[in-house]
Design a protein around this ligand. Structure first.
Ligand SMILES: Cc1cc2nc3c(=O)[nH]c(=O)nc-3n(C[C@H](O)[C@H](O)[C@H](O)COP(=O)(O)OP(=O)(O)OC[C@H]3O[C@@H](n4cnc5c(N)ncnc54)[C@H](O)[C@@H]3O)c2cc1C
Length: 458
């Protein structure tokens, strides 16, 4: 049987950061990837990473801090997220940002997105990031990657330590030994109808977008060995996708974080548009027939950000996904909502904004405490039919701050580590944009540091 120091399951951002970290520490590593390519959900993502205190923020004149990042995360998570995990993220995030830059990951722009009280969404091209880490791995002879190699089960030794992985490779089942542990980095279960039916029946009508191999395999392997699970009750989709969106064609727009309102098919607002887009996703699913539109004016359109995965509204227009009208009458006609209600909704909203805060849902900012809403009054007017997509599960095995998987008594399961979307507890009841890619990178590295710390690597 082949023996390694560490076996990593999954080649998304968490697994690839772990592979580079472990390889550079001299460990003998096997990474198993179920698909024929790396990337999982990571390469489908919008590429925002949440960091505070970076040079990019400093150059843009943005003042941010670990304390503010953690406060926002706890607030967005409804206070039910694990503070120790959030604190560990806070301590390690800046170092991870710099590590990514050193390892060739290019950061492109900075935006305020869901849950940001200041702009802290640092965007990457996720393909470039994965390829860059892959190039590093290929330079490290002690790291082996097997493609088309799904991990099937984890096995324990006589001392109760997880130290073997059963996997498929070349149409055969094989077992490999991992003397210092196994890291589960196999992503979430956005592509498992079975698990979604079990844990998120309320998301039946939501679009499904996510890595093709993300069926919750790692979750089930960890459960078999007594792993506790967290955040399942908070599973929600993400709002802002056009109903035609898919993994390949995302067609997403978050005009509401630049000042759009969201109305249902009766022309009524139903939510404070500045809250986490996970909570917006839940509210949108509860609307009649799940039909909703983002509605905005030219003032918001002028904030379109070219080439941005979330804010390029001009691209949505070029793709003919926007309704554009010179008057609200015409717009109401295009999207088939009652004109009088739409006009009443917008004039009430505008009045509230002029008076310092709208009265119905208490919107005071564009996104979480950031930016001032503007009235919707400057023609032309735009509408974007929007729906909710289940794209990342953000719930899963419980881990401690050292990325050790823990049982229902919060005791580490020897030899078992997890990082990335397969883990729960970090986000709680909401989600800050960029914290999922962020946690994948941060805790992928933390897991390796924990696994390798006790026994010196040869
Ligand atoms: C459309 C979309 C937009 C998003 N935008 C953002 C964003 O802007 N910012 C952000 O922070 N998050 C975003 N997310 C979420 C984020 O992309 C994921 O949570 C994150 O990439 C997860 O990384 P990961 O390494 O844990 O898992 P993944 O990147 O999903 O990688 C897991 C890998 O494990 C493999 N695997 C699965 N089972 C097995 C097995 N049994 N054996 C071996 N390998 C296995 C999979 O094939 C996959 O390659 C977005 C997600 C989507 C889908």
């Amino acid at each position: 049987m082949e023996t390694y120091d560490l076996i990593i399951l999954g080649g998304g951002l968490a697994g690839m950061c772990a592979a580079v970290e472990a390889g550079e520490q001299g460990a003998n590593v096997l990474l198993l990837e179920k698909q024929d390519e790396l990337g999982g959900s990571t390469v489908l993502s919008s590429g925002y990473m949440a960091f505070a205190g970076t040079d990019i923020q400093e150059n843009a004149g943005i003042s941010d801090s670990i304390e503010s990042l953690m406060r926002d995360m706890m607030e967005i998570g409804g206070g039910v997220n694990e503070q120790v995990l959030v604190a560990a993220y806070g301590r390690r995030q800046l170092d991870t940002y710099r590590w990514l830059v050193e390892h060739g990951v290019e950061f492109r722009s900075l935006e305020a997105v869901s849950g940001h009280s200041v702009p802290r969404g640092h965007s990457i091209d996720p393909h470039q990031a994965i390829q860059s880490l892959y190039r590093k791995v290929k330079q490290i002879p002690n790291v082996t990657i097997h493609f088309n190699a799904p991990a099937l089960r984890l096995l324990k030794n006589d001392e109760g330590q997880i130290d073997q992985v059963l996997f498929e490779f070349g149409a055969q089942e094989q077992t490999a030994q991992a003397s210092k542990g196994v890291l589960i980095a196999s992503g979430g279960f956005a592509k498992s109808e079975k698990l979604l039916e079990q844990f998120a029946p309320h998301l039946k009508g939501a679009l499904r977008i996510g890595g093709a191999g993300n069926h919750g395999d790692g979750l089930r392997m960890a459960w078999e060995h007594g792993a506790w699970v967290q955040d399942l009750p908070y599973l929600n989709g993400t709002f802002g996708f056009h109903p035609t969106a898919s993994g390949a064609v995302k067609s997403q727009g978050l005009a509401f974080y630049k000042g759009a309102i969201i109305v249902n098919q009766f022309g009524k607002r139903f939510v404070n548009e500045s809250i986490s887009y996970k909570l917006l996703g839940k509210a949108a699913m509860e609307q009649p027939d799940g039909i909703t539109y983002q509605v905005w004016d030219q003032t918001v359109m002028d904030k379109s950000v070219s080439d941005d995965p979330l804010y390029d509204f001009e691209l949505l227009r070029r793709r003919r996904l926007l309704y554009v009208a010179d008057t609200l009458e015409e717009l109401a006609d295009c999207i088939d909502v009652p004109l009088d209600v739409l006009i009443e909704t917008i004039s009430r909203y505008n009045q509230g904004i002029h008076n310092g805060g709208e009265p119905d849902f208490g919107r005071k900012s564009l996104t979480h405490h950031y930016g001032k809403p503007t009235p919707i009054e400057k023609a032309p007017f735009y509408a974007f039919e929007s729906t909710t997509a289940m794209l990342a599960t953000y719930a899963g095995v419980a881990v401690n701050a050292e990325a050790q998987v823990v049982n229902s008594f919060a005791e580490p399961i020897p030899g078992l580590f997890a990082a990335g979307e397969v883990t729960g507890g970090f986000h709680g009841a909401g989600y800050m944009t960029g914290s999922s890619l962020g946690k994948a990178a941060v805790f992928g590295r933390v897991a390796v540091q924990t696994a390798l710390k006790d026994v010196p690597v040869k």
